[in-house]
Ligand binder design. Structure first.
Ligand SMILES: Nc1ncnc2c1ncn2[C@@H]1O[C@H](COP(=O)(O)OP(=O)(O)OP(=O)(O)O)[C@@H](O)[C@H]1O
Ligand SMILES: [Mg+2]
Length: 223
């Protein structure tokens, strides 16, 4: 089962044309297996965020294709793509993007709510997830009062709500110290192993390399 391809990227090209053309991806192909944790490394401007956004269906490429569990998401219409994203992807961003006035548990519950799970079921599920990430004591505190590492774990719990097939994390450790960065990376690699969730992470931080079984290097839009 773990050898099944979850994400298949074929000859992806991205040219931004806002001012003068920027060729951010110049033909990227890669297969990512189910339950694999893939780390995409590379210097600033090499195209990491662009690649991750296209894989996650947040950005349309200039050319090439992305298939997720056999569905070619680069050919879906907007509405179908939005539904596909909600059902299949969880996102973790560098700046956490939590609702600061809401508690950690409420942030996660909201993610269940938008996936159609409400009320007591959502409350219980969110508490269970937070407990699995070692946050049971912090579940009721406003997100603004949590440490960076705790916020990022809430963000991971939120991404996991509804059991997506893939989690896409853009620089998830860049605002964390070494210890919290390692905790977050270990949680993600554990998830990949135990739940069979496919994880794609970008980073330009060499320290996070240890947790990943598969590392690729992006340079100037090429792998
Ligand atoms: N919306 C945009 N419009 C024009 N150019 C863009 C846009 N987004 C990114 N780029 C350019 O595309 C190239 C790749 O950017 P990208 O953000 O994917 O790199 P990155 O590897 O994620 O960098 P970093 O490590 O700094 O996050 C860069 O030259 C960048 O300036
Ligand atoms: Mg980036």
């Amino acid at each position: 089962m773990l050898d099944k391809v979850a994400v298949s990227v074929r000859d992806l090209r991205m040219t931004y044309t806002s001012t003068k053309p920027v060729h951010a991806l110049k033909g990227v192909s890669i297969d990512i297996r189910e339950g694999e944790m893939l780390l995409i490394m590379g210097p600033s401007g090499s195209g990491k965020s662009t690649l991750l956004s296209i894989i996650g269906g947040l950005l349309t490429p200039t050319a090439g294709s992305v298939a997720v569990l056999g569905s070619e998401i680069t050919r879906l219409r907007r509405k179908e793509l939005a539904r596909f994203r909600l059902r299949n992807f969880g996102y973790v961003f560098q700046g956490f993007n939590l609702f600061n006035a809401m508690t950690g548990a409420e942030n996660v519950e909201l993610a269940y709510n938008v996936r159609g799970i409400r009320g007591r079921r959502a409350r219980k599920a969110s508490r269970d997830l937070l407990a699995q990430l070692g946050l049971e004591e912090h579940a009721n505190r406003p997100a603004r009062d949590l440490s960076g590492g705790e916020k990022q774990r809430v963000a991971i719990a939120r991404a996991l709500a509804g059991d997506p097939c893939a989690i896409l994390a853009d620089e998830p450790t860049s605002q964390l110290d070494t210890e919290n960065g390692a905790i977050v990376t270990n949680i993600l690699s554990d998830l990949a192993r135990k739940r069979g969730t496919t994880i794609v992470i970008t980073s330009h931080d060499d320290r996070i390399r240890r947790g990943a079984e598969h590392v690729v290097q992006l340079d100037d839009g090429r792998l």
